[in-house]
Design a protein around this ligand. Structure first.
Ligand code: SF4
Ligand code: SF4
Length: 61
């Protein structure tokens, strides 16, 4: 397995929380103004968080 986890560009993130809301695995959470990944082992690499982000602040990294 060499799957890539989403990576955040904090300079682009507005803190809207859409990525947390859309994640089907519940592996993201807000930490103050930015999302983080408290449960990386639950990620299913679907990239929905990347696609939903309105400011392109996430990429599969
Ligand atoms: S890639 Fe999918 S499962 Fe992983 S953090 Fe993003 S929305 Fe959640
Ligand atoms: S969807 Fe994008 S802008 Fe919104 S909190 Fe997530 S990373 Fe930040």
């Amino acid at each position: 397995m060499n799957e890539l986890l989403p990576v955040l560009d904090e300079t682009r993130c507005t803190g809207c929380g859409d990525c947390v809301a859309v994640c089907p695995a519940g592996c993201l959470a807000m930490s103050g103004p930015t999302p983080w990944m408290p449960r990386p082992l639950d990620c299913v690499y679907c990239a929905l968080c990347v696609r939903v982000c309105p400011t392109d602040a996430l990429r599969m990294g």
